[in-house]
Design a protein around this ligand. Structure first.
Ligand code: NDP
Length: 281
């Protein structure tokens, strides 16, 4: 049976480290601040926003949540972002995605000042990652690397297969694994013979959004399987991996819930502190 990669344990380690950094900043009169903008009333987004607020409380970060009506216009949203860009108490601005369909996500993200872009989704920070320059790293991919390192799973020279190529998870996860000297394959909806590729993975990252897409016949025995997916099926949360059967073949597996999602929140806290240190200390 696979070793469970316990997101609670690893995120607690990360959060304790963040809390120490916050204390050090507070001694210098700096309280890191996060603003979260939520547009509309999507229940899943509301849950994520609440968990981010709780994490801020736990580590001592000042947080503010702006809830905007679902018919908010692009101009109104961007005005809120502009105000936060000028707000000295706020080090990081997070725009909770997805936005309602009438809003232009990419344009709104580009309005966040790059030095307050806590998710690392601004083109400037995405470009810095591409060039392996210092910058803000997207929270979920950063959390995956943190988890692999905590579990002492080797990355260098290993074959990492990332299923999914979104700008927020798949692509940055592939780039970070590459930076760690893995040999990286990226798969997506047009990939032919997905199984032939996933079976070669020493590290398999599933970031698709399809329950049980990854089955045990797609796994190399002993592989580390990182399940990023968050899907609602029959009223409960499941990942992209058929956990019950894949855990009989894999060497390591992250559960859903209780895996990568917790790492994402912890890395968000780390990014707020990183921005406060960089821009104010
Ligand atoms: P997107 O929908 O943006 O991307 C999904 C990717 O999966 C696309 O690249 C798509 O390919 C690919 N894909 C779709 N179907 C298949 C298939 N049959 N075989 C192979 N690849 C396929 O999703 P996100 O990256 O934003 O999110 C992925 C999942 O991760 C979701 O469940 C989301 O809820 C979850 N998530 C979890 C987080 C966490 O903290 N745990 C954080 C963020 C997201 P193509 O590009 O060709 O369309």
């Amino acid at each position: 049976m696979a070793v469970i990669l316990d997101g609670r344990e690893y995120s607690n380690i990360a959060l304790d480290q963040v809390a120490e950094k916050v204390q050090a900043l507070k001694k210098n009169g700096i309280t890191p601040g996060l603003a979260v903008i939520l547009v509309g009333d999507d229940p899943a987004s509301q849950t994520y926003v609440r968990s981010k607020g709780k994490a801020c409380d736990r580590v001592g970060i000042y947080s503010r949540t702006l809830i905007l009506a679902s018919d908010t216009t692009q101009a109104q949203l961007e005005k809120q972002i502009a105000d936060l860009n000028r707000d000295d108490r706020i080090d990081g601005i997070l725009l909770q995605l997805p936005l309602p369909a009438h809003l232009d996500e990419q344009h709104a993200l580009s309005c966040i000042a790059p030095e307050k872009d806590v998710d690392g989704f601004h083109a400037l920070n995405a470009g810095r990652l591409m060039l392996s320059l210092d910058g803000v790293l997207p929270c979920t991919p950063k959390g995956i690397i943190f988890m692999l390192k905590q579990a002492e799973i080797p990355i260098e020279g290993e074959h990492a297969v990332v299923v999914g190529r979104s700008n927020i998870v798949g692509k940055p996860a592939a780039l970070l694994l590459l930076q760690e000297n893995a040999t990286v394959t990226i798969c997506h909806s047009r990939t032919q013979d997905l199984k032939a590729l996933t079976r070669q993975a020493d590290i398999l990252v599933a970031a698709v959004g399809k329950p049980k897409l990854i089955t045990e016949d797609m796994i190399k025995p002993g592989a580390a399987v990182i399940d990023v997916g968050i899907n609602r099926a029959n009223g409960r949360l499941v990942g992209d991996v058929d956990f019950e059967n894949v855990s009989k073949v894999a060497g390591y597996i992250s559960p859903v819930p209780g895996g990568v999602g917790l790492m994402t929140v912890a890395m968000l806290m780390d990014n707020v502190v990183g921005l406060a240190s960089r821009n104010r200390a």
